[in-house]
Design a protein around this ligand. Structure first.
Ligand code: TRP
Length: 330
């Protein structure tokens, strides 16, 4: 049987172009190759005590955006973490095998504890146990996550192996990081520095739900410089970024045209950005449109969530029944 893929999605919505070409593109491809479980990590989000009024609306926004990008709820299992309380039961079991010392050494825990010393709750401490439960509840073997989650993956393996050893079974697999395709596309932001990111400040990221006007405005304000002063001059980072974005959404000829202009020093950044803005609008607008259509279609989204719950519950029930038996509950 093919390895099972499991991944959690943060429950604050608003995907940007970096997500689209990164994690989301990965999900879209792997859903056709593996049994995939993707869930909105709403239990995890409770560590910061979100407002109950916003909770479900945020989750639906996340589901809608992933659907708009091409996750197919008939093919993969797309669900809300809190719809599968079996995960919480497995979390309880795994917590009996998780030691305070190792949990306290997790970098993400230490970072969060440092940043929010007034809210170092046990849920934050046991965040890695809940993640392990998320994956092991489906006996997941592949976990598509970024580098920042490496340590969490290591802990999943530790907890699963500890369970196997304690009960003398070969039950849980060892989940491994999984990147589909060879290399992830890097999408730069608009502020002239690094990657596109949500927390990099207003105007750095282009969101899939941005309207045309917003896209144009953000791109026209993107950081550039005063222009090349020599023929065939290497591009500084900010200009490289604009070209990298253009490479993602514009025709090859268009990119070459401006590249040549840059090299012979006739380029006008205003024209470059205008072209990029128009091509970006053509790229994002259909996605934004799909998002807005899905937002009008409450019944469909509700149906998708219910279908995900049913499929995830079938898998989770099987695991939790077996786990209870192994532990000795009958
Ligand atoms: N911690 C992950 C993040 O911050 C989200 C997540 C929760 C997750 N549970 C998971 C990822 C299980 C992979 C597997 O992005």
């Amino acid at each position: 049987m093919k390895d099972i893929v499991v991944s959690g999605i943060r429950s604050t919505g608003n995907l940007h172009l970096g997500n689209y070409f990164g994690a989301v593109a990965n999900f879209i491809k792997m859903q056709h190759q593996h049994p995939c479980f993707f869930f909105v990590a709403d239990y995890h989000s409770l560590t910061t005590h979100p407002n109950p009024v916003d909770l479900l609306a945020n989750e639906r926004q996340v589901i809608i955006e992933y659907l708009a990008c091409g996750l197919d709820p008939e093919i993969c299992t797309l669900y809300l973490q809190s719809d599968i309380p079996q995960t919480a039961e497995l979390y309880l079991f795994l917590n009996m095998l998780a030691y305070l010392g190792e949990l306290e050494r997790v970098t993400t825990f230490k970072d969060k504890a440092r940043k929010h010393p007034d809210n170092i709750n046990a849920g934050l401490l046991t965040y890695p146990t809940l993640m392990a439960a998320d994956v092991l509840i489906h006996k997941g073997a592949k976990v598509p996550v970024g580098k920042d989650q490496e340590q969490h993956l290591e802990m999943m393996r530790t907890f699963g192996n500890r369970f196997n050893r304690l009960y003398n079974v070969d039950y849980f697999p060892e989940p491994q990081a999984f990147n589909f395709g060879t290399e992830l596309v890097k999408v730069p932001g608009l502020d002239g520095s690094g990657k596109m990111g949500k927390s990099e400040g207003e105007g750095n990221a282009l969101f899939l739900c941005d309207d045309d006007k917003t896209i144009r405005k953000k791109i026209m304000r993107a950081v550039t410089d005063s222009g090349p002063t020599q023929l065939n001059q290497p591009k500084p980072d900010a200009i490289k970024n604009i070209f990298a974005l253009m490479n993602l959404v514009s025709a090859k000829d268009t990119v070459n045209y401006f590249d040549e202009q840059y090299n012979n020093m006739t380029i006008r950044y205003g024209d470059l950005k205008k072209q990029l803005a128009e091509d970006m609008v053509l790229f994002i607008n259909p996605l934004a449109q799909k998002i807005s259509d899905l937002k009008q279609n409450d019944d469909y989204v509700t149906k998708v969530i219910a279908m995900g719950k049913e499929k995830a519950a079938a898998s989770a029930n099987k695991t939790i029944t077996e786990v209870r038996k192994i532990i000795g509950f009958k």
